[in-house]
Design a protein around this ligand. Structure first.
Ligand code: BGC
Length: 430
């Protein structure tokens, strides 16, 4: 039996992101940013200083890059060759959770386990060489307060990380302790940056006209170059990059699914914007909405949504298969089509909201003047792989910017988290 059309339309309408709505979000985003520039405490965004501006593109040397902040930890050795060129000479990586084997991010994990794991990967990346000196750049992708480029204190875990004993601590101190325990004293951390900052550094190393870096993946966040901030402890050119922590942006109206998801999450009240747009939560929103139609809840992931939406065949065979596997029975074609429409609406809302935030930044950077030609550098699986995302970003850019949309685009900066860490390390030691 197929589900009721009225109910379906009601659930679907919860995820509408009309042109008026996203225009309002973009304007509120800009306003919250301006408030935050005057006083970060009054903004819903954390607006964290990074103590780094843009690179010249001529940074050189071999550096270690630790990329810690998603489901996988990576350690790379990267040779920067200047003129935007580089070579990855070694790459190791492992997941932080292996079902049934270990879990370094859950409530029952410990600091020693988590940082011991990082130290082991670093040891592997340096091939057990405990004498050559290696400078390390650390991309640590959680809200952290800094008062220079090398020290970052974790404010709060996000993305459902829950390891006790890290919040409030200086992460590189924890790392140094773990390295020492393994007998590694030749690895010298010199820079800690957020992954958004890493993406911006990485993109700006390779090309001009990039002032904004963003992650659109498990988590979501954006940073931009603020020309009005200069600090004697900062490195690089053009001012200072501000890590907005806009996953915490709250000046928009959530729907009832957003509210319920937030209530059930690890940190209710936090990261409201991220919970509406990022890959970590999209599947849950979809599961909740589908549950209202089917009368029973099944756990869908963002990957399931991607598979369902990607199916454009007349019989929706693949979409039907994904659904049947989860639900345990075949659904009518009309219902498969409706559920697919719902998945699409959640993805499209996400892309339109994220674009509104980019436009808020573009407006802020332009001030009262003209919008400059620019690329917004983005990394992350949702941006890279989720169907409907790129075209809806472009559509929303046109809606919001009109003719000026010709001056602004988004570009993929794949792997920027690692490269950016190496660039930050180079900037710190040169
Ligand atoms: C974190 C940010 C990070 C983003 C993307 C968010 O949950 O708070 O610091 O940039 O995820 O990884």
């Amino acid at each position: 039996m197929s589900f009721e059309e009225g109910k379906f339309q009601e659930v679907l309408s919860e995820f509408a992101a009309t042109p008026e709505f996203i225009r309002e979000v973009a304007a509120n985003f800009r306003q919250d940013l301006q408030i935050g520039l005057r006083d970060p405490k009054s903004s819903s965004m954390r607006m964290l200083k990074s103590y780094v501006g843009l690179p010249t593109g001529n940074e050189k040397g071999e550096f270690l890059a630790l990329d810690f902040g998603g489901t996988n930890v990576r350690v790379l050795r990267i040779k920067l060759e200047g003129e935007g060129r580089y070579e990855v000479t070694k790459r190791v990586g492992e997941p932080l959770v292996l079902e049934g084997k270990y879990d370094y991010i859950g409530k029952d994990s410990t600091v020693d386990q988590m940082f011991g794991f990082l130290a082991r990967l670093i040891d592997e990346a340096i091939d057990g060489d405990h004498s050559t000196r290696f400078y390390l750049g650390h991309t640590f992708s959680f809200p952290s307060s800094q008062d220079d480029l090398n020290n970052a204190r974790l404010i709060i875990w996000t993305k459902e990380f829950a390891t006790p004993g890290v919040e409030g601590e200086v992460v590189n101190d924890l790392l140094l302790t773990a390295l020492k325990k393994r007998g590694i004293e030749n690895v010298v951390p010199v820079a800690v940056i957020n992954d958004t900052v890493a993406v911006l550094l990485s993109a700006a190393y390779k090309q001009s006209d990039v002032y904004t870096g963003s992650i659109y993946a498990t988590g979501h966040n954006t940073c931009y170059l603020e020309g009005s901030i200069h600090d004697p402890k900062g490195f690089g050119r053009g001012g200072m990059i501000l890590n907005l922590e806009c996953g915490n942006f709250m000046k928009l109206t959530p729907n009832r699914f957003d509210t319920e998801l937030d209530q059930k999450s690890e940190k209710p009240g936090e990261q409201r914007f991220e919970k509406m747009v990022s890959g970590r939560y999209m599947g849950e929103l979809f599961s909740m909405a589908v549950a209202e139609l089917l009368g029973e809840k099944f756990n869908f992931t963002a990957i399931d949504m991607s598979g369902i939406v990607a199916d454009e065949s007349p019989q929706l065979t693949k979409a039907a298969k994904i659904l049947a596997e989860k639900v345990g029975r075949e659904l009518e074609l009309a219902d498969v089509a409706r559920i697919r429409e719902l998945a699409a609406a959640i993805i499209v809302r996400s892309a339109r909201l994220v674009t509104a935030s980019y436009v808020g930044i573009v407006w802020q950077r332009a001030g009262n003047g003209e919008i400059q030609k620019q690329h917004v550098a983005v990394d992350g699986s949702v941006y890279e792989k989720m169907p409907l995302v790129k075209e809806n970003i472009n559509r929303a850019l046109s809606e919001l910017l009109g003719e000026d949309a010709a001056k602004v685009d988004t570009i993929l900066d794949n792997g920027g988290s690692g490269l950016g860490a190496a660039i930050a390390a180079a900037m710190a030691v040169q």
